[in-house]
Design a protein around this ligand. Sequence first.
Ligand code: ARG
Length: 459
Amino acid sequence: MTDSPSRSGVFSRGSDKRLEAFGESISFDHRLFRQDVKGSIAHARMLAEQKLISGAEFQQIEKALREIEGEIEQGAMPFRYELEDIHMHIESALIERLGDVGRKLHTARSRNDQVNTDFRLWIRGALDRIDELLQALQRAFLSRCDRDLEVILPAYTHLQRAQPVLAPHYWLAYIEKYQRDRERVRDCRKRVNVCGLGAAACAGTTLPIDRDATARELGFEQVAANSLDVSSDRDFVLESAFVLAMIAEHLSGWAEEWILWSTVEYGFIKLPQQFCTGSSIMPQKINPDTLELTRGKSARVLGNLQTLMVLVKGLPLAYNRDLQEDKPPLFDSFETVEACLELAIPIVAQAELQTEAIASRLDQGYLDATTLMEHLILRGIPQRTAHHLVGQLVGMAQEGGFPLADLTDEQLKSAHQDLDGSLREVLGAEKAVKAYQSYGSSNPDQVRSQIRRWSEQLQ
Ligand code: ARG
């Protein structure tokens, strides 16, 4: 009978082929093979130290597991649905090589603590890769800061022109967002990096194992304290999916912004052509497909989080087979976010601001109105009054179709007797930017000091 090793003994009939195809996870959990081998070697070494197997048996097991790992690496191991998952593929290959010695590896272990351990090891490595990519993206934004130091851009609220800022103020805003993402990655890693191996199926084991030893060898920082919890816990999967969803949200918002900025209507940015595509019918088109796909793929990453939240909802303790469904969504989220980050990095580094087009329209939209209002406050006019006065001035300027700086002295006076031409010291985008004072604002000195801080931090 070429049946699943998990069905031996009590079963008198083989499994239905339809169940095998329905229940297999090897088509996706083969990604865990390195972690499964690593976990099995640590487990076997501990079994030997605890005299549950002999030293010679451990050596045979270790050698065979490394050979099996090499075979899978080269794609030389055929995957068979009747062996269900990566754990049973590797164990069966071991038994094929070593016979009874191979049959000892699963002592004091269940696939329930095994899969938990493998997945945690895999996620730990994947989170570290995401952290590196996020850092590379922050560096790409930082690399733009000196290049674009003199450029002034409109800041928007409600997608309406609001106030002028330095271009690096935008880049620093993204660096802050990705820094929070990195902090979430590292914080999540702490809860991922906990060892469940030795919880066995759900209640622990009567055998004298040493859980600290396996945890230490596998680089886990903590040993999980409750076997029922280990067997059922997928918080670390859900939390990773959330961390990735936040990154995808940030990428999607940025992609949307730069798609807008790359239009003729904005004319703020030229995207690197190697990341754009053309149209089969409109010869002039250069389409921002990479950014659109980044925005679009975020939908899958957000959906994966939802899938996982619903998957785990209402499961009683401890392991339930539903939990096997946790892997495709999380693998997909990691793969998608990694691919998006890998493309975002060169796009951020290489895109070019259209400085002349930006500058030529900075006097549109009354970006300096708020600065003017605050200037009036400094002259002792109450905020509500100043707001009203500047609103009136904007109305006059709008009627004439010119910027605030072009209002005549008479027009200023007509709004309020104390207003005169000296107001012009804060009018115009450049002067308005220089007038900012507060910490975190787009004041040029503030921006320069933030650039210095990040240069040190991201070295
Ligand atoms: N392939 C399974 C999973 O991913 C491994 C654990 C199976 N455990 C069990 N008791 N059938 O969840």
